[in-house]
Design a protein around this ligand. Structure first.
Ligand code: CO8
Length: 257
């Protein structure tokens, strides 16, 4: 597929995906979401993904309001389903996905960030779910995922009011892991943490991610059973033999992707 709304750059196993519609503040049009779905369904090779928006006022200013304004209920549902597929694909990739947010992450933009493993931001980042101002609701997973990050009372307040949270607040409430002064510092830090992660067992990292996803919402007992199954599985892997024997031999383990 020829991507018109995405820029791709792979370096050292990290695929940087930049949503590139600066004229619409990187809003998620149907075409952009279709491209993202195609890309994420056909990823082959990268050890990590960094999701960002083209440089400017916005990370992603939400779903495309101009397109939504003319949609029938059926079209709206199909559009919502497409956005949900994209967030689910991000969430279920077997490699870490970091959102790098420099500017507005509103509506569907905030929801894309919420589907990533964690979020780095600049001081310019602004988060919010302003859908109710448009007579809409968060439809790309905001009602499902925001409270898991920030707690249910904060999520309700943000979603019902549609108010914006600046980078400092987003950091304080757990929406953002770290805030950086500049875009360059943010990307450098994201690449550093992804390089650290890439030095670890890829199968173990993928199993951690799948397990954290699988236990989400389960009661403790049920979650522990899922974790135990995954833990048992690690004993079948070459990486576990390599990692433990390297430790005992006081050498650096060598893991293969
Ligand atoms: N969709 C379409 N176009 C947009 C969007 C958007 N979300 N955001 C900005 N644009 C366009 C503007 O229309 C404008 O276009 P033009 O130049 O042709 O007039 C251009 O981008 C520049 O916009 P601004 O002049 O407003 O730029 P500013 O830098 O002054 O402001 C903001 C940036 C604060 C991001 C502002 O543009 C804004 O508030 N945008 C809308 C934010 C918003 O409400 N987002 C939520 C959208 S709803 C949503 O995401 C629902 C997700 C779930 C959908 C489920 C479907 C079923």
């Amino acid at each position: 597929m020829d991507y018109q709304n995405l820029l791709l750059d792979e370096q050292g196993g990290v695929l940087t995906v930049t949503v590139n519609r600066p004229q619409a503040r990187n809003a998620l049009s149907h075409a952009t979401l279709t491209e993202l779905r195609h890309l994420l369904s056909n990823l082959d090779g990268p050890r990590a993904v960094l999701l960002t928006g083209s440089e400017g006022p916005a990370f992603i200013a939400g779903a495309d309001i101009r397109e939504m304004a003319a949609m029938t209920p059926q079209e709206g549902e199909a559009f919502g389903a497409l956005g949900q597929q994209v967030t689910r694909l991000l969430e279920e990739l077997p490699v870490p996905v970091v959102a790098c947010v420099d500017g507005y992450a509103l509506g569907g933009g905030c929801e894309m960030a919420l589907a990533c493993d964690f979020v780095y931001a600049t001081g310019k980042a602004v988060f919010g779910q302003p859908e109710v101002l448009l007579g809409l609701i968060p439809g790309f997973g905001g009602c499902v995922r925001l409270y898991r990050r920030v707690g249910v009372a904060r999520a309700r307040e943000m979603i019902y009011s549609g108010r914006r949270a600046d980078a400092a607040e987003a950091h304080r409430i757990g929406l953002v892991n770290q805030v950086f002064d500049t875009r360059e510092e943010m990307f450098a830090a994201a690449r550093l943490v992804l390089a650290d992660i890439a030095a670890n067992s890829p199968t173990a990292v993928a199993t951690c991610k799948a397990t954290i996803n699988a236990v989400d919402g389960l009661a403790v007992g049920a979650g522990l059973r899922v974790e135990l199954d995954a833990f048992r599985h690690t004993f079948t892997t070459d990486d576990m033999r390599e990692g433990t024997s390297a430790f005992l031999a006081k050498r650096t383990p060598v893991f293969h992707p």
